[in-house]
Design a protein around this ligand. Structure first.
Ligand code: HEM
Length: 458
């Protein structure tokens, strides 16, 4: 006999429509996870979705023999902008394998290492900007980190310096925000309303993003270079398995996908700055390590492997920020078999075609795994302690075949930026009583979090 999956009471006819705020879906899901624990479901507009919020159940859903990525809801909506790109392709689309095999080598650790100095250089631009501010400054770190991320992403992968760390906001930033927010909200509205009222917003944002990508391609065609980066690969490489190349439209799809995926990284770092402010002892330990490993000289790629405490600090930031707040799973269809799918050894059961969402705000703070789950403790993310954690709590980059293809890029960016900020600037809380509140779309970020920043006092 299975246990019924808990569900908030809801209202007649409309179900749980008021239990999830369409303007801040993930915060609602976090709140529900805190109330209902390892699993819960909501029903609205004729759909039922099951949410999983424990490490053990997340690990079970990450079994690729039984489950796979579910491409539905907002992920399908963003196909308007990027079609069958890596992030949005359905399981049966040949395009995913072709693009994956073409792109993966350019995002592998060796390729990423070759861009280390470029990431350092972009980060230097941000630090110079911050160090030049009036001592009474008050900044929203997320805004500047988002600019830095776009700058570094486009420079390393597509060879173009945008110079957008300072000055007016780059149009891509608004367009990414508009398209992803719209993709999340569309499944919650009637189709006619989406078409009549909101269609223009998605169309305009898509045009901005695709024109930006098309300009990068045009620029490279007009100014050929020896640079063998992701842009060159997208434009020239052939899939080693099928011999197929990407079409012009697919090249644009993948270029647009990269900064959207990458925009998760600044959300993590912004939350990381808050964790550092709340835990000044971690700054002291990280500085000791950085002083010992890097010293007064330039920060080099070979230092990274020796920054064990900084690595723990970055992982703990990924755990607690849940910057990518979750991912969608479905049971792998078994032709002719519509029997329910059993979870937790039969404790729960769901229909054979049930969409399930892993809510990392629950999973990453599972009290069955972490003592004082809300405490920021980089030590638990280092060495043996980290190795011994269950796989379910290490899913900040997703899972298996559809795991984040940009994870090595993201890791290098997070380590470089966090290490350099810790080493070179001091942050001061504007509101010392600020408590983390997040909102966002495909990624979540601290709301109304501001700090003062100054050169490091030596
Ligand atoms: C802290 C930074 C990042 C986090 C936490 C993160 C997290 C994730 C997660 C959880 C997924 C799986 C989504 C799913 O199953 O639906 C994913 C997929 C993806 N990410 Fe990231 N990501 C980050 C940075 C990046 C960067 C820097 C890039 C690009 C350079 C990127 C590009 C992608 C792409 C293209 C996919 C789809 C992969 C596929 O399905 O084949 N991400 N990411």
């Amino acid at each position: 006999m299975s246990t019924p999956i808990p569900q908030p009471p809801g209202v007649p006819l409309l179900g749980n429509i008021f239990d999830v705020d369409p303007s801040n879906t993930w915060w609602s899901l976090k709140t529900l996870a805190e109330k209902y624990g390892e699993i819960f479901q909501i029903k609205a507009l004729g759909h039922r979705v099951v949410f999983v919020a424990s490490a053990a159940l997340a690990e079970e859903l990450c079994d690729q023999k039984r489950f796979r990525k579910y491409v539905g809801g907002p992920v399908v909506e963003i196909r308007y902008a990027v079609h069958d790109s890596l992030f949005t392709a359905f399981e049966n689309e040949e395009s995913w394998g072709i693009a994956h095999r073409i792109i993966a080598p350019q995002l592998a650790p060796e390729a990423i290492a070759s861009h280390f100095d470029e990431v350092v250089q972009c980060t230097d631009d941000l630090i110079a900007k911050w160090q030049g501010l009036d001592p009474a400054n008050r900044i929203h770190p997320l805004d500047d980190l988002t600019r830095l991320n776009l700058e570094a992403n486009v420079l390393t992968l597509f060879g173009k310096k945008l110079n957008c760390v300072d000055g007016p906001e780059h149009p891509m930033i608004r367009a990414m925000e508009e398209s992803t927010s719209e993709a999340i909200k569309r499944p919650t509205r009637p189709k006619l309303l989406n078409w009549l009222v909101y269609g223009g917003k998605l169309k305009k944002a898509t045009k901005t993003m695709r024109s930006f990508a098309a300009d990068l391609v045009k620029d490279r065609q007009e100014h050929p270079s020896d640079r063998r980066d992701l842009l060159w690969t997208l434009m020239n490489a052939k899939d080693p398995e099928t011999g197929k190349a990407l079409t012009e439209s697919q090249v644009i799809d993948e270029i647009v996908t990269m900064p959207i995926g990458s925009s998760t990284a600044p959300c993590a770092i912004a939350a990381g700055i808050l964790f550092l402010l709340q835990n000044p002892d971690t700054v002291v330990r990280a500085r000791d390590e950085l002083d010992a490993v890097v010293g007064d000289g330039p920060f080099k790629h070979e230092h990274v492997a020796h920054l064990h405490y900084v690595a723990g600090l970055v992982r703990e930031t990924l755990r607690l920020s849940c910057a990518a707040p979750g991912f969608n799973i479905e049971p792998i269809p078994k032709p002719g078999d519509e029997s329910p799918v059993l979870l937790a050894g039969g404790k729960y059961q769901v229909p054979h075609n049930q969409a399930l969402i892993i809510v990392l705000a629950g999973v990453n703070r599972d009290p069955a795994v972490f003592e004082e789950p809300l405490a920021f403790r980089p030590e638990r993310m280092m060495g043996e302690a980290f190795e011994q954690l269950p796989a379910g709590v290490k899913k900040w980059f997703g899972n298996g075949k559809r795991e984040c293809i940009g994870k090595h890029w993201a890791w290098e960016f997070l380590v470089v930026v966090m290490a350099k900020l810790i080493r070179e600037v001091d942050f001061e809380a504007v509101d010392p009583s600020y408590q983390l509140k997040q909102d966002g779309w495909f990624n979540i970020r601290p709301v109304d979090f501001s700090v003062r920043v100054k050169p490091r006092a030596r």
